[in-house]
Design a protein around this ligand. Structure first.
Ligand SMILES: Cc1cc2nc3c(=O)[nH]c(=O)nc-3n(C[C@H](O)[C@H](O)[C@H](O)COP(=O)(O)O)c2cc1C
Ligand SMILES: C=C(O[C@@H]1CC(C(=O)O)=C[C@@H](OP(=O)(O)O)[C@H]1O)C(=O)O
Length: 386
């Protein structure tokens, strides 16, 4: 299963073409729209989200709400394009009064992208480098999530840290539904209400100073069978694939699985999860491995965290260089978010859904939902005999 996306941030629309999605899954448009809406939310987002109301249009691959097995094409319209028709025109000549972006922002793709693609106007870079494209990741992932749910695999993401303010683990509900409810009613998607207050204060502090803040989110996946992914080649290791997918989200700078970096500070006896056998199955009393050993799912919940750097555009800009004159000048200022960690957590949840769904199809074949069902049942039988 694979997908490609296209679209500039202020162009007419974003497009996603998915190939290899199995047939005969009844899919819900409102579930995709709900995920898109969640991605737009979160304390610290900028004015753009007041302009957009992201929803999905599907123009191929579905009939009567069911997948056909043929390529699925989805679109998300950029309402903001209405304000950019001359500056983002596909065919018309460039307007004479068009102002070029020439002072690249430290932390964004501006400078490296302008040099790589030989652009004089940095806008030609930032339009596609923009995290607007994360809407396509969410649309594709929200479809994959529906496939996973059909097979009893659930996943959810929450924010665990913003600007150094972290949730207390014992304040996060252990019950799945309560936890989901707690994050979805929090405007920073953090399940600990006191930490959420401190996180919002950090965002306010950054905003007042013309600055930005980053943070950490965590994705949890439950219900995965043992044996997704493989240890045989680097590109088949599920830990690597998940880390790669999360790292490919704009501004993600670190990924850790299970104990992650903490494992490097402990003795092995304090890190690895003992193996027990109870009531006819293997159990693990702890989950330091975060559900993955040797690049393969081990039946425990997958727990994976990602660190997001602060937003690159600063209203009080760092110094940069005018690429036309080479003079030292403040970096350009684009309308911007102050903090997008809650939004990034939604993106993270959906890119993880995509990778797990892909690994599921790889293990069980992927032409139709019925065929996958049969193979999962057969496999479960074998697993139960081990
Ligand atoms: C959901 C989301 C929203 C973002 N919003 C902004 C923004 O408003 N302004 C900005 O400069 N960067 C924003 N970013 C981050 C930039 O896209 C990112 O800094 C840039 O792509 C370079 O990141 P990289 O070095 O990880 O590739 C956002 C990222 C995400 C995930
Ligand atoms: C458009 C989105 O995020 C954008 C990501 C982004 C960036 O530089 O990455 C810059 C901002 O764009 P604009 O200048 O249009 O406000 C964000 O709003 C979105 O998430 O839908």
């Amino acid at each position: 299963m694979r997908y490609l996306s296209s679209g500039e941030s202020h162009g007419p629309q974003l497009t996603i073409v998915i190939e290899g999605f199995p047939s005969n899954l009844k899919v819900s448009r409102s579930a995709i729209d709900a995920a898109l809406r969640q991605r737009q939310m979160g304390y610290g987002r900028g004015y753009r989200q007041k302009i957009e109301t992201d929803t999905v249009e599907v123009t191929s691959g579905l009939r009567f709400g069911k997948t056909l097995g043929s390529p699925i094409t989805m679109h998300v319209v950029n309402r903001d394009f209405a304000h950019w028709t001359d500056r983002m025109s596909v065919w018309d000549e460039e307007p004479e009064n068009n102002k070029h972006v020439v002072r690249p922002r430290p932390g964004h793709a501006d400078l490296a992208g302008a040099i790589k693609y030989d652009h004089e106007d940095v806008r030609n870079v930032l339009e596609r480098a923009s995290a607007r494209n994360t809407a396509t990741m969410v649309a594709a992932g929200a479809l994959a999530k529906q496939l996973l749910l059909h097979f009893g695999i659930r996943l959810h993401a929450h924010v665990v840290e913003i600007g150094g303010e972290a949730v207390a683990d014992d304040r996060v509900p252990r019950d799945w539904d309560e936890w989901v409810q707690a994050t979805e009613t929090s405007d920073v998607r953090a399940a600990d209400p006191d930490a959420a207050v401190r996180m919002k204060q950090k965002i306010d502090e950054a905003k007042e100073c013309g600055d930005t803040v980053g943070g950490v989110f965590e994705v949890v996946v439950v219900g995965c069978p043992i044996g997704l992914g493989s240890y045989v080649h680097p590109d088949r290791k599920l830990d690597g694939r998940l880390a790669g997918a999360l790292m490919s989200i704009q501004a993600i700078k670190g990924v850790e699985i299970g104990l992650g970096f903490e494992a490097a500070r402990r003795f092995g006896s304090e890190v690895h999860d003992p193996i027990h056998y109870e009531n006819g199955q293997y159990t693990r009393p702890s989950n330091g491995a975060g559900g993955l050993e040797g690049g393969v799912t081990n039946g425990q919940p997958i727990v994976i965290r990602a660190a997001m750097k602060p937003i690159s555009t600063l209203y009080k800009p760092l110094s940069s260089v005018n690429m036309e004159t080479k003079a030292l000048e403040p970096a350009s200022v684009e309308r911007s978010d102050y903090c997008a960690v809650p939004a990034a957590s939604v993106v993270g949840e959906n890119v993880v859904a995509w990778i797990i769904a892909d690994a599921l199809l790889e293990k069980f074949g992927g032409d139709s939902v019925e065929q996958i069902e049969e193979r999962i049942l057969l496999y479960q039988d074998r697993v139960n005999k081990r």
